[in-house]
Design a protein. Structure first.
Length: 234
């Protein structure tokens, strides 16, 4: 990893110089307006990508979950594909989609969709496998088909876990979307890159602080929603 005590010892002065040049952050109205709209675009990328990804994850998870609607080889194949999706970083997916559909937020949204499918598809499958089998076995004994058992017993039983996983996916999408702009996939990340490229550290610090505030706010909102929704369902 190239660890060096000499570099660690010599870094504080350079870091202090950066902090001195970055503070106070650039809070001029023009800059805040421009960055504010970029942050809105970032949230749009995250929310749209997460919602579409969660919706598409459910049918994928049905084929990945063992013992529900598909055989062993289908389960293993889908799980391998989901593993591959998770193994590739979201920023790499953004690069792929920038090449495929061009620069802009659409590429970022597609990257979030794929990343969310890899994340939720696996956990949705595990959630369905971990549900109590009593209701499913009762429906099977009455002659219900596999899809009927899944729709009426397995999915309702796994719904609290689905909601929790989906909210975590939204948090993950918000964090990811803030840096996708570094590769031209829209959002506020491009402003961060431009700030550092031009040595405009006050503006870069403003972007960093905005990202921190938004991500922390989304995490708190998600935690509150998760507690409230799951508490009501119980």
């Amino acid at each position: 990893a190239g660890f060096s005590l000499e570099k660690v010892a010599s870094s504080p002065p350079r870091f202090a110089d950066f902090m001195d040049r970055a503070f106070p952050p650039n809070l001029s109205p023009d800059v805040l307006t421009r960055l504010g709209w970029k942050m809105v675009e970032t949230l749009q990328i995250a929310v749209a990508g997460a919602v579409i990804g969660v919706i598409l994850s459910l049918p994928v998870a049905l084929f990945a979950a063992r013992g529900l609607v598909a055989g062993h080889w289908v389960n293993q194949t889908v799980r391998t594909i989901l593993g591959f999706i998770r193994a590739v970083p979201d920023i790499a997916w953004a690069l792929v989609f920038v090449v495929a559909v061009g620069l802009g937020p659409f590429a970022g949204m597609l990257a979030i969709v794929v990343d969310t499918i890899g994340f939720c598809g696996r956990f949705f499958a595990d959630d369905m496998e971990g549900t109590d089998k009593g209701a499913a076995e009762s429906l099977t004994a009455t002659g219900a088909r596999k899809l009927e058992v899944v729709a009426c017993a397995t999915i309702p039983a796994a719904m609290p876990a689905f909601i929790s996983t989906s909210l975590y996916a939204l948090e993950k999408a918000v964090r990811s979307s803030t840096i996708l702009g570094l590769v031209g996939a829209g959002g506020i990340g491009i402003e961060l890159k431009v700030g550092f490229d031009l040595f405009d550290y006050p503006t870069a610090m403003t972007v960093i602080l905005m990202i921190a505030v938004v991500v922390i706010a989304i995490e708190h909102l998600s935690g509150w929603a998760r507690t409230k929704i799951i508490g009501e369902q119980r």
